[in-house]
Every structure is written in structure tokens, then in C-alpha cells.
Ligand binder design. Structure first.
Ligand SMILES: *Cc1c(COP(=O)(O)O)cnc(C)c1O
Length: 371
């Protein structure tokens, strides 16, 4: 069943990707465990399609207003985008962002497959200057892990006016906050691992586009690149996605409260959260985003060792990487060798989950006390 066009996202999350109604028809799609299919249909083989993927794809597609392809991970989806660029194509991308993408772009650049122009994505003039000759503008906003905000409406319209493609990693914001295809972007990327699946039990990615020719090229990149998800993982992700709006709204509300309290804490040097009125990204974010997300980061008046100690001291918040799950996670980002050196050593990224905000705050207070 495809949803009526005017449904709101929280209703779409619950109603899309269901099998056709009928007596004794199941409410949920089956987990289609089959590597091959009886001849004569449109799919044929398990690397080309699967009805459990299709159910999940219809839900993500309805969120993002495009057609969607799911992949074995966010990075597999992202690799598929870069794989369809011609050799030597110019990509303009943020110099700070998800570290896996930074590493991938760096190696594609070094090996000469593409030429990457690294820019400060929140500095609109710098991005506009880099655009001439760019084949693809790669935007992650808000950025990992310092929550910088790109002027998406302005960057997308400037890029499209020059015939430059635009891909937006919408993992942090989610479609509840911004819908880049509606602003004119060509591709929206998600690490489904994060908010959509939402329970830290699945690794998966997706690409969405409203351009049928581009969709066909990306689908070929999945077919022949081979980065396909398992049907069971697709089913789990769809099950998680049913509650994504509920989880996200709760987490976002708590993130705002925690950001506010952290910015008044004497051990905290700086809080990065675009929802804070004095955050340098706030005015821009408020001008086009419908919320500020549920990830924040903060640095301490202390070094790496004490920041590590804070992360190790929590009992409600889990010390682990990743984000977007129902459980709150935090970590010191520079513990990873491939994190940007522009990120402060003591910066802790906190993915706010759905626990009671007072329990989270008490846990943060006692952890800061310990350091
Ligand atoms: C996690 C993440 C990715 C990579 O996704 P995986 O599912 O881990 O492969 C890409 N972009 C952002 C913003 C992420 O948070």
C-alpha cells in the first residue's frame, strides 16, 4: 500500500511498507530469505532485489520524497555515489565530517580517482568559490562531530544553477528536520544504522533520489558493486523505523535540555548544538531546519585523559561510538586516529537517547565530577 500524499511523517513511519490488505494477510512484510526467484518476474536474483528491502525502501522513500535503494551500510551507499563519477571528477566536500567519508574521500583523491576540494561547509562564500568545475557537491549537515550547519538552500540552488550535482548526508538531521530532495538536491544519503533502525542492532545505508535516470545508475552500482543488505537486517530496520519519529522527538527535546545545562557547567569549555541561541550556527539552522537534532558535542577545560575518564565514568550513558539509537552513547572523538585534528582532544560527542532526561543529567554530572 502506498500512503496518501498528505500524510505526516509520523503516520508515514507507521503505515508505509505494509503488504496488501486482505483476509489473513500479514501486517508486516515477510523476511524473504531467498537468493533466487522463480523466473518470469522483474527481480530474478537476490543481489538485484528483495521484497523485504522494497518495504523498507518505500518507507524511506516516502520520508525523503524520492525513490530509495538500501545498502549493506552507510559507507556502501556512499561508495556507490562516488563510484558513478567519471575518473578525475571534482568533488567539493567539507573538510570535517563523518570520519569514514573523510578517509574514503582522502584515498580516492590520493589515488587520483577523483579530485577533492576540501572546504569549510559552513562558510558559504568558500563553498561557492570552489563550485566552478565541481561535478558533485557533497554536504553533510549538521556535521560530525562539531554540529556545523551548511546553508543548504543557498548551496543547493547555487550548485544546481551551475549544473553541479548535490548529495546530502542527512543522517544527523533526518527527514524530520530537513528534506534535501525538496530543496533540489539530487541524492540523499543515510546511515540507516543510526536513527532509522534506531536500536544499535543493524548496520545499513540508503540512497534516495527523485531522478529516475540517476536511480538507475545507482541501482546498477548496487547490483554490480554488490553492497546489498540481508533481508533480515532490512526487516529489523523497518521495524525500528516505525518508532523513529517518536524516538527522535523525545531525544531531540532531551538534547536541547542537556545542551542548555552543559553550557552552564564550570568544567565545560564549549557546547556545540545548533539549538542553543548563542551557538554560531543557530540563526542559520533556525531559518530552514525544523529542529536541531539529538546529537551534541562539548569540550572540557581539560585534556584527553580526563575526557576519557568522563566517558568511562557513566552508568546510564554507554561509552561507545555510533549514534541515533534508543540508548544514549558518548565517546571522545579523537580516540579515533582518522578523526580530524581540528576537533579538540577533549571533545565528547553525545548521542542523546530516550532515557529520562533527569537520569541522563545526573549521570553526566557524576561523570564530570569524577574527572
Ligand atoms: C555512521 C555514519 C556514516 C556511515 O554509516 P555506516 O552505516 O556506519 O556505514 C555516514 N555518515 C554519517 C553522518 C554517519 O553518522
Amino acid at each position: 500500500m502506498s500512503p496518501k500524499k498528505d500524510l505526516r511523517l509520523d503516520t508515514i513511519a507507521i503505515s508505509v511498507g505494509r503488504p496488501p490488505h486482505g483476509p489473513d494477510a500479514p501486517l508486516n512484510p515477510p523476511i524473504a530469505l531467498s537468493s533466487t526467484f522463480h523466473a518470469g518476474g522483474g527481480v530474478g536474483y537476490g543481489r538485484y532485489g528483495n521484497e523485504t528491502w522494497s518495504a523498507l525502501e518505500s518507507a524511506i522513500g516516502a520520508f525523503e520524497h524520492g525513490s530509495t535503494l538500501v545498502f549493506s551500510s552507510g559507507m556502501a551507499a556512499i561508495s556507490a555515489v562516488f563510484s558513478i563519477l567519471p575518473i578525475g571528477a571534482v568533488v567539493t566536500a567539507s573538510h570535517q565530517g563523518y570520519s569514514g567519508v573523510m578517509t574514503l574521500l582522502g584515498s580516492l583523491h590520493t589515488s587520483g580517482k577523483i579530485e577533492v576540494r576540501f572546504v569549510d561547509i559552513s562558510n558559504t562564500e568558500e563553498v561557492l568559490t570552489a563550485l566552478p568545475g565541481t561535478a558533485l557537491l557533497w554536504v553533510e549537515s549538521p556535521t560530525n562531530p562539531t554540529l556545523s550547519v551548511a546553508d543548504l538552500p543557498r548551496l543547493i540552488s547555487a550548485a544546481k544553477a551551475q549544473g553541479c550535482g548535490v548529495a546530502v548526508d542527512n543522517t544527523f538531521a533526518t527527514p524530520l528536520v530537513q528534506q534535501p530532495l525538496l530543496m533540489g538536491a539530487d541524492i540523499v544519503v543515510h546511515s540507516v544504522t543510526k536513527y532509522f533502525a534506531g536500536h544499535s542492532d543493524v548496520v545499513m545505508g540508503s540512497l534516495s533520489t527523485a531522478d529516475p535516470a540517476l536511480l538507475a545508475r545507482l541501482e546498477d552500482a548496487r547490483k554490480f558493486g554488490g553492497g546489498i543488505p540481508g533481508p533480515f537486517e532490512a526487516w529489523l530496520a523497518l521495524r525500528g523505523l516505525r518508532t523513529f519519529p517518536l524516538r527522535f522527538e523525545r531525544a531531540q527535546e532531551s538534547a536541547m535540555e542537556i545542551a542548555r545545562r552543559l553550557s552552564a557547567h564550570p568544567k565545560v569549555a564549549e557546547v556545540h548544538y545548533p539549538g542553543l541561541p548563542d551557538d554560531p550556527n543557530h540563526v542559520r539552522a533556525a531559518s530552514f531546519m525544523k529542529g536541531f537534532g539529538a546529537v551534541l558535542s562539548f569540550s572540557l577545560h581539560a585534556g584527553a585523559a580526563q575526557a576519557d575518564k568522563v566517558c568511562e565514568s557513566s552508568s546510564v550513558i554507554t561509552y561507545a561510538t555510533s549514534l541515533g539509537g534508543i540508548e544514549s552513547l558518548w565517546e571522545r572523538r579523537r580516540r579515533w586516529a582518522n578523526e580530524s585534528v581540528s576537533v579538540p582532544e577533549s571533545l565528547i560527542r553525545l548521542s542523546v537517547g530516550c532515557e529520562n532526561v533527569e537520569d541522563l543529567w545526573e549521570d553526566i554530572l557524576q561523570s564530570l565530577e569524577n574527572a
